[in-house]
Design a protein around this ligand. Structure first.
Ligand SMILES: *[C@@H]1O[C@H](CO)[C@@H](O)[C@H](O)[C@H]1NC(C)=O
Ligand SMILES: *[C@@H]1O[C@H](CO)[C@@H](O)[C@H](O)[C@H]1NC(C)=O
Ligand SMILES: *[C@@H]1O[C@H](CO)[C@@H](O)[C@H](O)[C@H]1NC(C)=O
Ligand SMILES: *[C@@H]1O[C@H](CO)[C@@H](O)[C@H](O)[C@H]1NC(C)=O
Length: 509
């Protein structure tokens, strides 16, 4: 009954949406053949054309995984936010699908910001923040779009579902929505009137009618002026809160990026709707990834129970060389998240990644000073040493110069990466036991370095010119295995034909 009513309400909006979608699809179809491929990744999700930033939703629906992302299709720069979409049935092979949400309505015409995708009653439901900019203020509201097939979404007729700002809230965005027992919960990133970051909570009996409950956590002065992209989940018996924070001061080698994405571990009490043993402070907030380009992490519990995490492999206000080529930025690899007994979040590439390996390019011991040619733009490097008592280093060179370096200092118990330029260095404490192990993924213009069991990860953009030469440094021999990795993100030509028939051909130039 409830479902039937929903279908009737939705169909009213359908015709207009098809027309708008036709325009976007026609633009993508026209541009995708002429895009410069120079820095484009083969196995990371990037936009088909145009700009991509934060993950907007990540869901498992009718046996397929869906990733939604913040999307501006019309050029390689940030603009009015749409929701882009890619779909996979194995978490590694991704196909571009049409955008799921377009900024066209009176409550979202200046942007549809990130939120959550949840499956319920055979529908895939998207929660997002609508933005409207008036002459003197920005109005944010929370909204819903729904799909029965997981491809074409229709906005809920009674949007916005949350239009009233609670007291002492200036911004509220990025709804993270989940169900616990028979209730729905929504946390949002926010700021108070005197610009302190805060996390606020709503609840609902039915996912459509929401009531404000309380401020769950906030900054007491040193934790930033705005919090966004919250995520709250249980893993290994504890609750983990992830936040993206704007306005934390750098402290030695912590928090070197413009904005920070980090986590705090504790317990969320569903009875009192309060955190227990969880406080967001400079002492407890830990960076998730220590690289230059990492923001807005977003998680999903996979079909088999694993907690998966994806983030934007990017950072606000950093220069993106490829944006002049009509596209910009990419997502990180999907990672599996676990909690160590010490309460440290561990991130490792999902196990499916090994299925992307094609040939072995290199498999040998190297001594400090020796080097070899990467032989590919997209590869995985496994670096092992039989001891942890000596320094180890691997550097990436092009143009005959050292451009990116990873170095482990045994004495300091620290790992450092250096991308060159001003502010090129990032460091983290790391004291491996037994033997030293790195898994490094390079994909055309990105690098992700996973140390040990995922205690430390560095994700950054790099722009190699011609071939990469890999040189071993440090004080000990390293064993290096290098795999070529195949393309796994792209188009389904049958789907493109279908879209052309049903959408693109409606447009007459
Ligand atoms: C915004 O500007 C309009 C017209 O100038 C004015 O009527 C309104 O009160 C202003 N609103 C706020 C919140 O300042
Ligand atoms: C808003 O919240 C902040 C932090 O809790 C507090 O310092 C401030 O006094 C509050 N302002 C109002 C108007 O309630
Ligand atoms: C949260 O808000 C809802 C709606 O106002 C209310 O029914 C519920 O009791 C609140 N929960 C708590 C723990 O305050
Ligand atoms: C490198 O170390 C990893 C992690 O301990 C191990 O799984 C892998 O088999 C090692 N590879 C080689 C070639 O020794």
């Amino acid at each position: 009954m409830e479902v039937l009513l929903l279908t009737v309400l939705l169909s009213v909006a359908a015709a207009e949406f098809a027309q708008d979608l036709a325009h976007v699809e026609a633009f993508i179809e026209q541009k995708r053949y002429v895009l410069k491929k120079k820095y484009r990744p083969l196995y990371h999700i990037s936009a088909p054309v145009g700009w991509l930033n934060s993950p907007a939703g990540f869901a498992y629906f009718k046996r397929r995984y869906h990733i939604f992302y913040q999307y501006h299709p019309y050029n390689g720069a940030w603009g009015t936010m749409h929701w882009g979409q890619a779909i996979s049935d194995n978490l590694i092979d991704w196909v571009h699908y049409p955008p799921a949400v377009l900024p066209k309505d009176f409550y979202d015409r200046h942007g549809c910001l990130a939120g959550t995708a949840v499956m319920h009653n055979n529908y895939l439901t998207l929660f997002y923040t609508g933005v409207v900019q008036t002459q003197n203020q920005t109005i944010q509201t929370q909204n819903i779009a729904i799909s029965g097939d997981g491809i074409i979404f229709q906005k809920y007729l009674y949007n916005p579902v949350i239009r009233q700002y609670p007291a002492n809230v200036t911004d509220f965005r990025n709804p993270k929505v989940w169900r616990f027992r028979n209730k729905w919960f929504m946390i949002l990133g926010s700021a108070t009137e005197n610009r302190q970051g805060q996390l606020i909570l709503f609840s609902s009996p039915d996912m459509f009618h929401w009531k404000y409950n309380r401020t769950l956590a906030r900054s007491y002065g040193d934790m930033g002026y705005m919090w966004e992209n919250p995520d709250l989940f249980e893993v290994d018996g504890q609750h983990v809160l992830i936040l993206s924070v704007q306005g934390i001061q750098a402290e030695s080698y912590r928090f070197r990026n413009l904005y920070q994405t980090g986590y705090v571990v504790g317990n969320f009490n569903y009875h009192s709707l309060r955190f227990e043993n969880l406080e967001v402070s400079m002492a407890t907030f830990t960076e998730l990834d220590y690289g230059h380009d990492f923001y807005a992490a977003h998680t999903l519990q996979a079909y088999d129970g694993r907690r998966l995490l994806i983030a934007w492999l990017g950072m606000w206000e950093s220069e993106l060389v490829e944006s002049r080529d009509g596209w910009a930025s990419m997502m990180t690899l999907i990672r599996e998240v676990r909690l160590s007994p010490q309460g440290r979040l561990l991130m490792t590439p999902i196990k499916e990644m090994v299925d992307l390996r094609t040939e072995i390019l290199e498999d040998a011991w190297y001594s400090p000073g020796e080097a070899f040619h990467a032989g590919s733009k997209s590869f995985e490097l496994i670096v092992n040493a039989s001891s942890v008592l000596y320094d180890a280093a691997v550097t990436f060179e092009w143009h005959g110069e050292r451009q990116y370096a990873i170095a482990y200092s045994a004495e300091r118990g620290r790992i450092t990466v250096d991308r060159g330029g001003i502010d090129g260095i990032r460091k983290a404490d790391w004291s491996p036991t037994g033997h030293m192990h790195w898994r490094i993924f390079v994909d055309s213009s990105s690098i992700e370095v996973f140390c040990g069991d995922g205690e430390v990860v560095f994700s950054s953009r790099i722009y190699p010119k011609r071939g990469i030469q890999i040189r071993i440094g440090g004080e000990m021999q390293l064993h290096v295995t290098q795999y070529k990795i195949r393309r796994s993100v792209g188009y389904d030509e049958k789907l493109r034909q279908y879209l052309k028939h049903n959408f693109v051909n409606r447009i007459k130039y």
